[in-house]
Design a protein around this ligand. Sequence first.
Ligand SMILES: [Mn+2]
Length: 445
Amino acid sequence: MSDLDRAIAQLRACRPIPEPQVRELCYKARELLIEEGNVVGVDAPVTVRIHTIPALRLALMNGLQICGDIHGQFHDLMELFRVGGDVPETNYLFMGDFVDRGFYSLESFLLLLCLKVRYPDRITLIRGNHESRQITTVYGFYDECLRKYGSANVWRYCCEVFDYLALGALVMGASNTLGTSTSTSTNESGTQLTEEEEIEIEILNSAGDVMSRIPRSMAASSDNHETVNSSPLSETSRGAPARSGPVGTGATSDSLGSVGNPGGAVLCVHGGLSPLVETVDKIRLLDRKQEVPHEGPMCDLLWSDPDEIEGWGLSPRGAGFLFGADIVKLFNHRNNLSLIARAHQLVMEGFKEMFDASIVTVWSAPNYCYRCGNVAAILELTEDGSNGGYIPRANGDVNRTGDLLGPVAAGGQISGPGRRYRVFEAAPQDSRGMPAKKPVADYFL
Ligand SMILES: [Mn+2]
């Protein structure tokens, strides 16, 4: 067993590793991260279906799991891995805010970092607004390091890693349809779905049971945007949407089904968009290797939030901006994106699709701060090979071909990638230690 594997085992048991080992780990992580661009390219893995060999099927079923804020809730991170599948069998993309608020920022971040160094192709980490010196001194991570090591050295090593984390990720090749999941094909209303029917959204509970499925025909609904919006009933009908999809999906809000570019890439970023960033390529040109600035494009990507406004608005957070549906749709169209996945905001249902499913918030810290009572979710994207393995899509060199005359412009079928949400609750109480009674680490004594 290598030192790294030993460190992983120790951290999985929620025990901090010695300071010299943290130093070495952070050095290795930086060497790895420095090679990544500001926007990391990630492939949605091919989902293999082997119905006859259950064990193998489980190992191969999982697509890319996209996760939101963790905030030092170590035991819930373990629950997340249980629900989504373990590394390295499953690929993960974490959209930042690993630290602060929870009691185990150190163990959570170091475990993710160990996994990154051990399995670089299996795990992608992008930066959140909490991965910053200034924020961590206020919201807990700094104090936690001081308490657990007796000095700020480990905090300093971690902050140096923060400066090298990517600002975003571009998921290529996500399938428009979901492969059939492991569970029985019965949706909420008890309708048996045929395997051939295209599922756009599937929601699973933590046991992997399907809670609901939304076929593409319903999610990308026939609902004509123009007609509904111009209807005098549109305002009143907002409170009682006709469609009966589950909470969190565009099917229940005032969203009218997805209007993304089918086959387009999925952009993942912690906060959101910036008025100073019109294209994904512009993100690539930023100099990211620094503390998160107080303003400017890098700050906005980590701090902004979508909101029910037109255009841009001031953010009550004091950093970043609010941006409306028009901004998201234009950005997605211009960059040939099918969806923006972001984190940064607590949503009680664990995920929330907005603006005709052009953007989704994913939140992965259940019972946030150990008292919010929310559930958490992770978003799975797959490439299931049912279309011969390939679908028309952006090749990463987005916005260079001028090829925006896809199905959207042509007035054809409009749809986003197949999305599987795994919803989970906080880890059971008996899996947690008592943080207050945890003995002080003795490395420094
Ligand atoms: Mn955040």
